[in-house]
Design a protein around this ligand. Structure first.
Ligand SMILES: Cc1cc2nc3c(=O)[nH]c(=O)nc-3n(C[C@H](O)[C@H](O)[C@H](O)COP(=O)(O)OP(=O)(O)OC[C@H]3O[C@@H](n4cnc5c(N)ncnc54)[C@H](O)[C@@H]3O)c2cc1C
Ligand SMILES: *[C@@H]1O[C@H](CO)[C@@H](O)[C@H](O)[C@H]1NC(C)=O
Ligand SMILES: *[C@@H]1O[C@H](CO)[C@@H](O)[C@H](O)[C@H]1NC(C)=O
Ligand SMILES: *[C@@H]1O[C@H](CO)[C@@H](O)[C@H](O)[C@H]1NC(C)=O
Ligand SMILES: *[C@@H]1O[C@H](CO)[C@@H](O)[C@H](O)[C@H]1NC(C)=O
Ligand SMILES: *[C@@H]1O[C@H](CO)[C@@H](O)[C@H](O)[C@H]1NC(C)=O
Length: 641
């Protein structure tokens, strides 16, 4: 279905594919020769790496491999017990989190542009074929790296980087950083061909509490009273919350217990329900310990010689673009802090008309809620909001919290729904009651998101509200159901504008690399879909073309005042540099830092800082690049019709 554009038309990048197709051919020949070189040399190069790593190198295979009778064209044995465990835990986040080849979103396992090259199960029925004994069912490696290092120390990272530097050009070895595997955008996979070496960060554990932390190079006066916590790369959000609570403190995190707190969450920005009052995850980092691609281990902070790297990492560091983070020190809020919670829900079968009215009510109330310190999710069938500000989060008297949410409560109750507004003793209590139960079995579906930060100005006038609602109503009903709307209202809203509660942050606009729109927006308006496990190439192309057109429309809705969250964006976004990082100058500033610390582009990943248009056609990014080129061509054709 062709969609009409909302708002201004966006420039279509149209002309570059004539030369791109020529390069495509050359690159394909080059890639084939590299693959051949790697397979002849592989025995020796990997064996010597294993020796350097004192035996820590491992081979990995797709999560569901043991359910299949053949792998990469060769007959293999089915392991019934192992397969049964995969089947019954297919959607369990912790099960995937604990495995090197376990990705939350199976698009990281698949080679997206090649449906024959993947090894995944039908999520709707994980006992259905192809995992039942079926000699014809094929299992391919997809984009799962062939080798991984279970990182236990900085020296493991250094050894892997040295190895990749020595063997990238001669043997086509690529590096990839993978942690909890939450990335929606496939920056955590190895591409096709099985030549990738994964640095698996998940087992790098350790947490330390500091009553008063002074970042490297900063004066102690500046850092006075900064309670902090150093969190190793592999620690999860849930474990970090529990650790902070032992010290009567609050550390900020996102909305899923399995996300790595010092991993992609802070490297991309890091929103969460308390971000309106306390800032983004990236804003709260005081210091990091990083191995840069040149193999140097560095302490990186705002006051030392790596200030520019410190800035770039927080918002621009996804994919490991500037290096591998070993640990990050997060600012803490002293507690325990009572938290107000609003959990409102419409019946699942509420009519579409009611759902749209509900969304509009939330759009009209959201600015006031934000100012009062609420944050969380606005959604098609519910609302979950948290608030730590004392004016609302009063343990002895919930009147202010109830009054603040009255209109919304009245609405859901009048339509047969439920409403709870209460104040709990601390964040951990609110988290355990409202977030954890819904977050344990959300994995295993190839879920794609396209989101756009909506400027707060659009919520102050009738025209803005009408444009937002008009956009949502214009979405084709066969592709998108308003019941599934899921909008984080989690921008650093109060933190940035209200001096009473906006405690001095370690950074604010311009001092981290997140898109500046984070500080002037209210919603991250998300739309998305789940790709069927067995979609054909034609179906994929059709769906992603629609999806990328949708991304253009979201951009049209806000114009340049908006931006998109680099962790929750459409991986096929065309103007990704500006959409994710701001102006061309903002992006170029990051590229300069990239050149300084990674002059050879060792840590390249899909649309990470430093990714170039010619990477679209290389073998390394074929799983995404082939589809991107086809999507761009379809959109150019649609546009010229
Ligand atoms: C169910 C779910 C809920 C989510 N909820 C939220 C939310 O509430 N708020 C929010 O802001 N985001 C949310 N996200 C997005 C999430 O923050 C990002 O996907 C984030 O990048 C995940 O980081 P990770 O390290 O846990 O995952 P991974 O997929 O392992 O890594 C993500 C990216 O960071 C890189 N990376 C990870 N660790 C390191 C390291 N140590 N050094 C260098 N590079 C590294 C990887 O290369 C990869 O590109 C959610 C995602 C999912 C799937
Ligand atoms: C690396 O060495 C260890 C210890 O000898 C061994 O168990 C492991 O299988 C080796 N890894 C690879 C990929 O060969
Ligand atoms: C996997 O499934 C089995 C059987 O259902 C269950 O006993 C086990 O606890 C699950 N493991 C995880 C990590 O969820
Ligand atoms: C799942 O697939 C199996 C095998 O085809 C079938 O027997 C079973 O009825 C299916 N279950 C559901 C819920 O569709
Ligand atoms: C800051 O927040 C408090 C509590 O919500 C509010 O009373 C005050 O008016 C706000 N100040 C500004 C400048 O918005
Ligand atoms: C994909 O699998 C589903 C069952 O899960 C089936 O109904 C559908 O027809 C399949 N689609 C294709 C393109 O094979």
């Amino acid at each position: 279905m062709k969609l009409s554009h909302v708002g201004e038309a966006l420039p279509v990048i149209g002309t570059r594919y004539s030369w791109v197709s020529t390069i495509l051919l050359i690159t394909a020949i080059f890639a084939a020769s590299i693959a051949a070189a790697a397979s002849t040399a592989s025995g020796t190069i990997w064996t010597s790496l294993n020796t350097t790593l004192t035996g820590l190198l491992r081979q990995s295979e797709p999560l569901s491999r043991q359910c299949f009778h053949n792998f990469a064209g060769q007959p293999v044995a089915v392991d019934e017990a192992a397969c049964a465990a995969v089947r019954s835990n297919y959607t369990t986040n912790l099960f995937r989190d604990a495995r090197p080849a376990g990705y939350m979103n199976p698009q990281s396992e698949m080679c997206l542009s090649d449906p024959a090259d993947q090894c995944i199960l039908d999520t709707a029925n994980t006992t259905a074929p192809p995992c039942l004994p079926s000699p014809s069912a094929a299992c391919g490696r997809g984009a799962v790296p062939a080798y991984y290092v279970e990182v236990q120390s900085a020296s493991d990272v250094v050894a892997a980087l040295d190895f990749a530097r020595a063997h990238r050009d001669s043997d086509g070895v690529y590096l990839v950083v993978k942690n909890s595997g939450h990335d929606y955008m496939t920056r955590n996979n190895g591409g096709p061909g099985g030549n990738a070496l994964m640095l698996w960060m998940h087992r790098l554990k350790g947490m330390d509490f500091h009553e008063s932390f002074v970042p490297d190079g900063c004066s102690s006066a500046e850092a006075k009273g900064m309670r902090a916590m150093t969190v190793a790369a592999g620690e999860s959000t849930g474990d970090a919350f529990a650790f902070a609570a032992v010290y009567d403190s609050l550390v900020l995190g996102g909305y899923s217990p399995t996300i790595a707190l010092s991993g992609g969450w802070i490297l991309g920005g890091g929103h969460g329900p308390l971000a309106p009052v306390y800032g983004l995850g990236a804003d709260r980092i005081l210091q990091m310990r990083v191995v840069t691609p040149d193999g140097m281990e560095r302490v990186v902070a705002a006051c030392n010689e790596h200030a520019e790297l410190f800035r770039a990492l927080r918002g621009g560091g996804v994919g490991g673009a500037f290096g591998v983070v070993l640990e990050a020190t997060h600012r803490l809020e002293p507690g325990p802090l009572p938290i107000a919670v609003a959990s409102l829900r419409l019946p699942d079968d509420a009519p579409t008309e009611t759902v749209l009215e509900w969304i509009e009510l939330q759009a009209r109330s959201s600015l006031r809620w934000g100012r009062e310190g609420w944050g969380g999710h606005v959604a098609g069938l519910y609302l979950t909001h948290f608030n730590p500000l004392p004016a609302i989060a009063n343990l002895r008297d919930t009147a202010a919290a109830t009054a603040s949410m009255r209109e919304a409560s009245d609405f859901v109750l009048a339509h047969g729904g439920t409403s709870i507004v209460e104040v709990l003793a601390d964040y951990l209590a609110a988290w355990n009651k409202y977030v954890v139960p819904g977050a344990t079995k959300t994995a295993g579906n190839a879920r794609f998101i396209s989101s756009r930060l909506i400027p707060k100005d659009m919520f102050t006038d009738e025209a803005g509200i009408q444009r937002i609602m008009g956009f949502l109503k214009s979405l084709p009903t066969d592709r998108w159901n308003p019941r599934n709307l899921y909008v984080p209202a989690a921008t650093p809203f109060v933190a940035h504008t209200n001096k009473t509660y906006g405690r001095p942050l370690s950074s604010a606009v311009g001092t981290s690399a997140v898109h500046p729109a984070w500080y002037t927006s209210l919603w991250s308006l998300s739309t998305g879909f789940t790709l069927p496990w067995n979609a054909t190439y034609g179906e994929r192309l059709d769906t992603f073309t629609w999806f990328t057109e949708l991304t253009q429309q979201q951009e049209g809705l806000t114009g340049e005042k908006g931006g998109s969250y680099v962790n929750e964006a459409n991986l096929f976004t065309q103007d990704w540099r500006e959409a994710w990082w701001g102006s061309r100058e903002d992006y170029e500033r990051l590229v300069e830092t990239k050149r300084k610390y990674d002059p050879d582009g060792l840590m390249n990943c899909w649309k990470c800082v430093g990714f170039e248009d010619e990477d679209l056609v290389g073998e390394r990014f074929r799983c995404q690049g082939k589809l991107q080129i086809a999507i761009d061509e379809s959109l150019a054709q649609n546009g010229s019709k």
